[in-house]
Design a protein around this ligand. Sequence first.
Ligand SMILES: [Zn+2]
Ligand SMILES: [Zn+2]
Length: 156
Amino acid sequence: MSSAEYQKAWREKNKEKMAAFRKKWRDKNKKRLATYNQEWAKRNRERLLEYYRKYRKEHPELAARWRENNRDRIRRYQRNHYASVKRWRIRNREKLHAHTAVKRAIRRGEIVRPKACVKCGKVGKVDAHHRNYKKPLEVLWVCRACHWKEHKRESN
Ligand SMILES: [Zn+2]
Ligand SMILES: [Zn+2]
């Protein structure tokens, strides 16, 4: 058997092994490549921004034209942004209000803070968790761990 023939036979025999090896190499390097790109973007973020800023300054007519052509997009963006800010404010106002209401109710003796988590029964400090800030006095008294889990569950 010539050496070329031998190699061919070997490759034939180890086809799957070779394919697996190549796949592994690709996967490994995909990760490395992605990391590299991320690093590069991070390192060059300022430089890129600077470049864009400079470019816009040097070509004000292009920026103006872009705005002209993308009026709807800009308006949509502004509207969405405004709506999300508004939502955030409302949510946080409700949140603040709910916490104040709980504190006040505790002071008045209308609500008693239990000594243990209602979810897992762990004795210790418990937080008041609101499932709905619109119902400030409906609270779930939970330990830190359960509280965290509750938020995670609700955000899904
Ligand atoms: Zn708990
Ligand atoms: Zn909570």
